[in-house]
Design a protein. Structure first.
Length: 665
């Protein structure tokens, strides 16, 4: 037990409250619950992480070039174990299981994150684009060698001029009827591809996103397979530059690409959604160009799901180290004159770490929902337009929440380890630097939350999947606010919940027990619906006043982001509540309920000003929530070591034995 070093009787003054009996945590059982149906896959990755644990030190000691080579070597060697190809079709040497590939990727995030990101670029972005946007000819040509790592590739979407606004890319692919080739051109310096992982050193092939031009007409952004390097040298017409030293992830070779009239055959177009005939006719089953574009991008959602999961798992590493340290580290005499107090017994330390621990558990279960929906949609188990849109929105929201959570948690855990946390050997330097960009790549978080809000305001209707920001503003402004709200799932849920809570509409928040999950959910649902209504009202008012839709949207944007955040927080809590409800009665359920209550109440506490402003929290009740949060922290204190052990972060990934104690403790 990791709590060996804890005092025999940890302070739980409220232990007898309401018949509460302190649960015992069965760590292997909790780990099995967290690992879920992919426990075997996760264990395979854990054992690979152990085998390559030396890379954590290599990251600090090797030159940048050597580190990059070492990371590449590891990625290719891991590919041979099958762990990186689990999502690809079996006929090409993959595992045919999308859920397994997400689980493998998430688990890899316990280790060196350059290895993780190189895997993401090669198999997720490059391989994913070939698989999802290409057809059989492309699959036959590329999938088998890319799955083994024999063919290295990159995903060249972003340009120096445009990252988030992909529809405005400047690279052009013009169809040349005479030779039946596409000519790829970087039209301006802003249109150079930038930050492209694998491009500076290792990729031989790039999936290049460019504006397709056929017979003088622009058909929008499409993807092309373009050879960029042969025998280590750039191909004719391709210029490559290294992006240089980065804030983190220096084992990944990010670079810039320019294309000077580079010719590729007609079949280089990844043509699942659109094609150009030899005679130069553009064809697509999706007639609306916006809808076609969003459909294409929608197929690449797995990358977003993976990055969100990786952020959550990186948080687990940080929390494991900080908690184990706090179970060993003593500072100042407090409750005894004989020995100094363990820092985890300080109320403030508990307040700093445990809500983050609870949020991490909540996010773990929310991520489980996203990953399983991704698996179902992409395996054809449930695949309709509405489900896809909902999945895209949920993936965007969980990615944003999960990666921001990582940034915040890693920083707090670093500080919680004091000066020791600052030493590179103790992992925080790499964790901080390497996860920082998770909030930006695979979609900037603020931009992603706007996507979430758009889905909410249009109820994920396929008729509106092609709406741009302005179209969306006009659409929402054209509806009565009540209509917008009535269409949302949260409205229906809120109606139901109001009926079951005591006190009717006026008194429901005054009467219900703080630890009643229905009360907690009702609070988050109320906030979400109210914020959404506020956005709809403001958009409508702006348009009614004759303002430009773009200006209206911009003015309302903070409310848009607020509504999306409220939505994601509600989904995360719902996932946690539903998962704990399914558990049989017993200690595990008691322990997870403590975490779930802590997550819910600390979420409400963090936004108590809003709830008070909107008449949903009296000052008395707000204070009661703060007291309850502290009380829950004290109850979690004796379980903390076990709760982080259940994450199953391999000992070798924690490094720093002087911080976390003898390995295996
Ligand atoms: C290490 C690293 C690896 C990468 N790997 C790849 C790769 O392999 N392939 C690839 O194609 N790309 C890659 N990228 C690029 C990455 O996906 C982009 O950086 C990202 O999409 C953001 O685009 P941007 O940098 O142009 O930022 P911008 O889109 O310019 O955003 C800048 C800021 O403006 C804000 N902003 C933007 N639009 C709005 C709006 N409408 N409303 C309000 N605020 C807004 C954003 O929130 C952000 O804070 C990588 C980037 C990095 C740093």
């Amino acid at each position: 037990m990791a709590t060996d070093t804890a005092p025999p009787q940890a302070p739980t003054p409220q232990g007898a409250e309401g018949g509460y009996v302190q649960p015992e945590v069965d760590v292997p059982a909790l780990q099995a619950l967290l690992d879920g149906r992919y426990a075997e896959v996760r264990n395979l990755v854990r054992s690979n992480l152990d085998d390559y644990a030396g890379v954590l030190e290599d990251a600090e000691t090797l030159s940048r070039d050597d580190y990059r080579e070492r990371v590449k070597e590891i990625v290719v060697e891991m590919a041979a174990t099958g762990q990186t190809g689990m999502g690809f079709p079996q006929e090409y040497g993959g595992g045919g299981d999308i859920g397994a590939s997400v689980a493998a990727f998430e688990t890899l995030a316990f280790g060196d994150l350059s290895v993780l990101v190189k895997v993401g670029v090669q198999f997720g972005l490059f391989g994913g684009a070939i698989l999802q946007l290409g057809t059989k000819e492309h699959h036959d040509a590329y999938l088998a060698p890319l799955i083994t790592g024999e063919l290295m590739g990159c995903f060249a979407m972003t340009e120096s001029g445009h990252g988030s606004n992909v529809q405005a890319l400047g690279t052009v692919a013009t169809y040349d009827l005479a030779t039946q080739e596409f000519v790829i051109t970087t039209t301006t310096d802003d249109a150079r591809k930038d930050y492209i992982g694998n491009a500076a050193k290792h990729a031989e092939v790039a999936v290049v996103f460019a504006q397709l031009e056929v017979a003088g007409a622009s058909e929008g952004v499409h993807a092309f397979v373009v050879p960029i390097r042969k025998g280590g040298e750039p191909c004719a017409g391709v210029r490559i530059e290294d992006d240089g030293l980065k804030m983190g992830l220096n084992g990944v070779d990010n670079g810039r690409l320019w294309f000077d009239q580079v010719r590729v055959p007609r079949t280089a177009l990844l043509n699942r959604f659109a094609d150009v005939t030899p005679s130069g006719v553009y064809e697509s089953a999706i007639t609306n160009p916006n809808k076609r574009f969003f459909t294409m991008l929608g197929t690449l959602v797995q990358g977003r799901v993976c990055v969100g999961g990786a952020g959550i798992n990186a948080s687990k590493v940080a929390l494991t180290i900080a908690t184990k340290y706090a179970l060993r580290r003593r500072q100042f005499e407090a409750s005894s004159e004989d020995e100094e107090e363990l820092i985890l017994d300080y109320g403030m330390h508990q307040r700093r770490l445990f809500p983050l621990l609870a949020d991490t558990y909540a996010l773990h279960f929310a991520q489980e929902v996203v990953a399983s929906r991704l698996h179902d949609v992409f395996s054809g188990i449930t695949d309709d337009e509405h489900t896809r849109r909902e999945l895209e929105s949920r993936a965007a929201g969980t990615k944003a929440y999960g990666t921001w959570h990582a940034t915040r948690t890693i920083q707090e855990c670093r500080e919680a380890c004091g000066g020791a946390g600052y030493l590179s050997v103790n992992r925080f330097a790499a964790l901080k630097a390497d996860t920082d960009v998770f909030t930006t790549f695979e979609g900037d978080n603020h931009v992603l939350l706007q996507l979430v809000a758009k889905g909410l305001l249009t109820d994920y209707s396929s008729d509106f999947s092609d709406l741009d920001q302005f179209g969306m503003v006009k659409f929402v402004a054209g509806l009565a606010v009540e209509t917008v709200l009535e269409r949302t799932a949260v409205h229906k849920l809120l109606e139901r919940i109001k009926d079951v809570l005591p006190g009717g509409d006026d008194g429901w928040d005054q009467e219900a027990g703080l630890l009643d999950p229905d009360y907690q959910l009702a609070m988050l649902r109320f906030r979400e619906e109210h914020m959404l209504g506020g956005v709809a009202r403001r958009l409508k008012r702006g348009i009614d006043q004759g303002m430009n839709p773009g200006v209206v949207f911009s003015r309302v944007q903070d409310h848009v982001i607020g509504a999306a955040r409220a939505h994601v927080e509600r989904l995360v809590l719902e996932a946690f509540v539903e998962r704990t409800r399914q558990l049989p009665e017993g200690d595990l359920k008691v322990a997870l309920n403590l975490l779930c209550d802590l997550h819910a109440l600390s979420t409400i506490e963090a936004d108590r000003a809003w709830f008070m402003e909107h008449g949903r929290l009296t000052s008395q009740r707000s204070k009661a929530i703060s007291r309850e949060v502290s009380s829950l922290c004290r109850k979690i204190r004796p379980l903390a070591g076990d709760l982080v052990d259940a994450f199953g972060v391999p000992d070798a990934m924690l490094r720093s034995p002087e911080l976390v104690g003898p390995l295996g403790s």
